[in-house]
Design a protein around this ligand. Structure first.
Ligand SMILES: Nc1ncnc2c1ncn2[C@@H]1O[C@H](COP(=O)(O)OP(=O)(O)OP(=O)(O)O)[C@@H](O)[C@H]1O
Length: 610
């Protein structure tokens, strides 16, 4: 099963970036809480840092004055006071950085929690990974890495600079005005506007390339994760050379994307450095206005002039610096644009999937809806006319969600509890697909599909056994999908008995005990047959009213298969199975045989001659 549409888009530094910024705001500031509070504290502390910086900067002029005037006493006084100012300044710089990292943590936690909530809501993760990704490549990477990078840039680079700018630019503009009049102010502003326009064009391709690099990173990493998960299969196939060439192909793709990204960064880096260095010259060049044009300092003594020029150039360079801090953000903002557009695209697609799935689910909650000519309905807990039917399909047609051609059309069948149904037929005809419809993972096209009232619930055992990673305890794997903490200690004895009954008592030795974490992953450790038996242990633990087994005993011997069905009968767990083996007929009463082109036949097993 795989995604059936891939419509990956490129991102640019355009209006969508600003829309994404707005959406990111909703993610990082879900309400008035830590993130908002920390932002205010960071900005206030950063303003404090700038005030201290201003006063410590004025000490340079005092040094000039004391040195040029030969006043040793004044020199030492300035030395002590400037040292104290610098201690305060360094303290504040460290505190601002610390606060910015705290802000990063709260942004990341807000965004990850929200995105994960969307991802795991209403089966969005299934829809995105298995049915239609709507262009969302590597959703896992978007939650784990893209969010990390975007929050890092936002909290540690953008916020401490951007929010501070109005204050520093306002104050130093005023000070520049007092020194060099409007001419000085206008020259610096023109310089900044020119820089912004040039940057606007230079950073535009960065958004596109950083998003492409992220996608290539995700594909490359996924290759290695998949080799890690399927090492044994690859080793049996002696596929090392194939895997190496595939991993290398993906790496070269990533390499080419990164090479383009660094090429795009080259002019940005050149321009930024030039803008910074030239700002230094400009801070002296602007003093042409007070000194040569307006002759403000003609009456000032030559001893005082160096102090004035030094103080002036400090003020001017600071105004220029406030602007260059903004233009310095260009590379960061270019990359940030790529990351946040990947994140918001994920969010939009997740919300749209979630809404559609929610709509399907709520319409399926209607009771006793029967045949619907146009759209199919899956009814849960409905009351049947058919006495005690556990599953009732009436005129059901279904197909993979992204395909037009129906697998089966107009299927009508009603299964009573006493009739244990076996769905059989050649590979690929749509047996598992019918279970997907019953589990509401796929919608049905027409008809009505009704699952009966199950006091102890229904469990679906998928074809491929699943054991969540995280080196979880044996108890957790048995009680999954419940959390082990919710299962009381007095259940431990029963779990041990169940493990023994499915022939897995030795796992207690492998794991060390029932509740401790292990130092391996269960999926790597167990044979396919053991995996199926451990999945069955889950069923025995939860004791549902009905278990739906999708080829769940295919890796077991016929004897072990018999033991499984005997245990289910003993525990009074109703079952419905899919499978190919003829040995399965004896444990079922009714057969639904699906053939090529969706032809179906329904017959009791006692018509079969073994
Ligand atoms: N997500 C999907 N999107 C599109 N087509 C799919 C998807 N999942 C399965 N299919 C297709 O639907 C058809 C039926 O698949 P299904 O898994 O139901 O087969 P099956 O009868 O259970 O086969 P087997 O006995 O091999 O398990 C196959 O042709 C398969 O390729």
């Amino acid at each position: 099963m795989g995604k059936h549409r891939e419509n990956t888009r490129d991102f640019h530094f355009d209006w969508r970036f600003f829309r994404s910024c707005y959406q990111l705001g909703g993610l990082v500031y879900p309400s008035w809480e830590w993130a908002a509070l920390l932002t205010v504290i960071t900005i206030v502390t950063a303003i404090g840092r700038e005030v201290v910086n201003y006063f410590s900067g004025l000490n340079l002029g005092k040094f000039y004055g004391a040195l040029v005037g030969g006043d040793e006493g004044a020199f030492w006084t300035v030395f002590v006071s400037s040292t104290l100012w610098y201690v305060a300044l360094c303290g504040l710089i460290a505190i601002v950085q610390f606060l910015a990292w705290c802000l990063y943590l709260s942004f990341r936690s807000n965004s990850v929690r929200k995105l994960q909530n969307l991802y795991f809501q209403n089966g969005v993760f299934y829809k995105m990974n298995c049915v239609d990704d709507q262009g969302v490549d590597n959703p896992d990477q978007r939650i784990t890495q893209d969010v990390e990078k975007a929050c890092n840039i936002l909290a540690t680079k953008i916020i401490p600079v951007v929010f501070l700018c109005p204050f520093t630019i306002g104050w130093y503009t005023y000070r520049t005005f007092t020194i060099a009049d409007w001419f000085g102010v206008v020259s610096i502003y023109v310089y900044f506007i020119l820089g912004t326009v040039i940057n606007r064009f230079l950073i535009s391709p960065l958004a596109k390339w950083s998003a492409r690099v992220e996608k290539a990173e995700g594909d490359f990493r996924y290759k290695h994760v998949s080799v890690r998960d399927h090492s044994e299969e690859a080793a049996f196939y002696k596929a090392a050379s194939f895997e190496e060439s595939e991993a290398t192909r993906l790496f070269w793709h990533l390499f080419r994307q990164q090479r383009s990204q660094i090429l795009v960064r080259l002019p940005v880096d050149f321009f930024q450095t030039f803008f910074n260095f030239f700002g230094g010259s400009l801070s002296y060049a602007v003093q042409v206005f007070p000194i040569f044009i307006f002759h403000y300092y003609d009456d000032v003594s030559p001893d005082d002039l160096p102090t004035i020029i030094s103080n002036n150039s400090f003020v001017l360079i600071y105004l220029i610096n406030s602007f260059t801090n903004l233009t310095d953000l260009a590379t960061n903002i270019g990359e940030f644009a790529g990351y946040i557009q990947r994140i918001t695209e994920f969010k939009e697609v997740a919300i749209s999937h979630s809404r559609n799935l929610q709509r399907d689910l709520s319409s399926s909650d209607l009771l006793a809806v029967k045949v619907d000519e146009k759209g199919g309905k899956v009814n849960k807990g409905a009351e049947f006319n058919e006495d005690d039917a556990i599953v009732c399909l009436s005129g059901v047609s279904y197909a993979p969600p992204t395909e037009d051609e129906e697998l089966v059309s107009e299927l009508t069948i009603s299964v009573a509890p006493s009739h244990r149904l076996l769905i059989t037929g050649p590979s690929g005809v749509g047996k598992t697909s019918l279970l997907r419809c019953m589990a509401q993972l796929w919608p049905i096209r027409t008809g009505s599909l009704t699952l009966g009232e199950f006091p102890r619930g229904v469990i679906f055992l998928p074809q491929r056994p699943y054991f969540p990673v995280g080196q979880l305890s044996l108890k957790q794997q048995v009680v999954f999908p419940a959390h082990e903490d919710s299962i009381p200690i007095n259940e431990h004895e029963r779990i041990v008995r169940i493990l023994a009954s499915v022939g897995l008592g030795r796992l207690l030795v492998t794991a060390g005990d029932l509740i401790g974490k292990v130092d391996f992953e269960w999926q790597d450790q167990l044979s396919p047959g053991e995996q199926q038996r451990l999945s069955l242990a889950r069923v025995l633990f939860h004791k549902p009213s009905l278990v739906i087994l999708d080829e769940a005993t295919a890796s077991l011997s016929e004897l072990a298969e018999k033991e499984v069905y005997d245990l289910l009968t003993q525990e009074k767990i109703g079952y419905l199975s899919t499978g190919h083996r003829s040995s399965l007929f004896q444990y079922h009463d009714q057969v639904l045989q699906i053939e090529e082109k969706g032809r179906v036949s329904i017959y009791p097993t006692d018509e079969i001659r073994y």
